[in-house]
Design a protein around this ligand. Structure first.
Ligand code: C2O
Ligand code: CU
Length: 489
């Protein structure tokens, strides 16, 4: 029986109106890590076709009663979808939930009408069938609901899955790539379970940033271990939590190779001891194991100066175990990752280019002083162009910033060139208070003056409370149109 020890109310920041914030306690690694099933779909009319069903279900997380959850196909989380650059995909998403949901393809380049944001509701009993051509580098993307004002609830109940994009040609990157063997999804979510093992969504447990849970789930497993059978293992880390920031490292502080971020592989492996992910962000790391040993993937208090959300709340000592890697007595050989992995993002603007737009994330409910309005398009951008965006979170509240429908390039952080972990394609960035981030954002080739893309804070409570805006991609010379009238009932 995994013992998860809740340590309540450890020193929260003064400006958080909250009385009961938990830290994740000690973890016994007694359960094999669940690996989400891999869906490769079927070929039909020149397209790769997938079927997904959003459904309620349950999952046995701890001893005692099973936990009521939501998910895709199985009642908790969802299968991993996998497709290759150049293919056209079609996904039939059926909603068997008792309420309207949506499915957003986080990190995908695609037309706005296929994006699965709040303007593409799937009502209970209906099926939505978006289709698009995969046209972006190999990456670890993910999917999750995005219903207006209800995203935190749907994701927290377990609605999240991976969407892996591959390159058509055999990769020269030499990364472990056998799914579930040496290429392993690690979807982390923290939840609060009540005495009856049910998910606690109660507002008494919600901090100013949203829920910080006392129980950590990795692919839906409490206290997970994974048996490593190869010298190197690639972990695809996904922060699918409502609010928590993880600062991943290994138990003996051994270095690992950070090889990929949100939108693809880094230009070169970055050897490091830590990688920090705020909600929505992903990282691919390659860990080298020695036969017979046990290594623990942990989350450490984020580094000083980064001013992380949870550290503020838990008194600066948010540290806990995530996953145990158990190396077999014999490990089959894996090559060292190549020294060059991918071309760096080059959107043709430099850090001195003047910003086109500025986004100020102040408080918890607004961007640039406005809360999200489904009927207001905040601005239009021209199809295929690149803009320079400045994003700032004024003191004291940290946030993060996610843009739909594209991957962007970080031009600078506080006026200087980005560190290696921000040197690749990104769709979500953590915004430390008072530290400006300058981004180069290239927009879709698909214009649609009426259907908006979202930009928002990916702390799901903030997103739901209105820290989100909408833009449309237009033809040159066009003005933004009118968003569809979308209601979620
Ligand atoms: Cu991962 Cu707008 O979302
Ligand atoms: Cu926020």
């Amino acid at each position: 029986v995994p013992a998860v020890l809740a340590v309540s109310g450890a020193g929260f920041g003064i400006w958080y109106a909250v009385s009961d914030v938990d830290t994740v306690g000690e973890v016994d690694f007694t359960n094999p890590l669940a690996i989400p099933p891999l869906l490769t779909g079927r070929q039909e009319g020149g397209r790769r076709v997938f079927d997904l069903t959003a459904t309620a279900g349950e999952r046995r997380l701890k001893s005692g009663r099973a936990t009521t959850t939501w998910g895709f196909d199985r009642g908790h989380l969802g299968p991993t979808l996998r497709a290759t650059r150049g293919e056209t995909v079609l996904v039939n998403v059926r909603n068997d939930l008792p309420e309207t949901t949506t499915v957003h393809w986080h990190g995908m380049h695609l037309p706005a009408a296929m994006d699965g944001g709040p303007h593409q509701p799937i009502r209970s009993g209906e099926t939505w069938s978006p289709t698009w051509k995969i046209d972006q580098p190999a990456a670890t993307l993910w999917y999750h609901p995005h219903p207006h004002g209800r995203t935190a609830h749907h994701v927290y109940r377990g609605m999240a899955g991976l969407f892996i994009v591959d390159e058509p040609a055999a990769s020269a990157a030499r990364l472990p790539s056998r799914y579930g063997v040496d290429d392993v999804p690690v979807i982390v979510q923290d939840v609060n379970l009540d005495d009856d093992n049910q998910l606690d969504e109660g507002y008494s447990r919600i901090a100013d940033v949203g829920i910080l849970g006392d129980t950590l789930l990795v692919n839906g497993t409490v206290g997970p271990y994974f048996t490593v059978t190869t010298e190197r293992v690639r972990l695809r880390l996904v922060n699918a939590s409502p609010a928590r920031v993880y600062n991943f490292g290994l138990s003996d502080d051994r270095p690992f190779a950070l090889v990929g971020t949100d939108g693809g592989l880094l230009p070169a492996p970055h050897t490091t001891e830590r990688v920090q992910l705020s909600p929505g962000e992903r990282a691919e790391i390659v860990v080298t194991a020695r036969q017979g040993e046990r290594i623990v993937l942990r989350s450490y208090p984020p580094a000083l100066g980064l001013d992380p959300i949870n550290s503020r709340i838990t008194g600066g000592d948010d540290r806990f175990d995530v996953l145990e890697l158990r190396a077999a007595d014999q490990l089959s050989p894996s090559p060292e990752p190549a020294a060059t992995l991918a071309d760096p993002p080059r959107l043709g603007v430099d850090a001195t280019a003047p910003a086109t737009r500025r986004f100020e994330l102040a408080g918890t409910t607004q961007i640039n002083g406005l809360a999200m309005d489904m009927n207001r398009i905040d601005f239009g951008v021209v199809r295929g162009t690149t803009e320079v965006w400045d994003v700032i979170s004024p003191f004291p509240k940290p946030h993060n910033f996610h843009v739909h429908g594209t991957q962007f390039q970080v031009l600078s952080v506080n006026g200087v060139a980005p560190p290696p972990e921000l040197a690749g394609w990104k769709d979500t960035v953590y915004t430390t208070p008072e530290v400006p981030m300058r981004l180069a954002v290239r927009f879709s080739e698909y214009a649609d003056r009426n259907v908006p893309f979202m930009y928002h804070c990916h702390l799901l409570l903030h997103e739901d409370k209105g820290m989100m805006g909408q833009f449309v991609v237009t033809e040159p010379g066009q003005t933004p149109g009118t968003p569809p009238h979308t209601d979620h009932n």
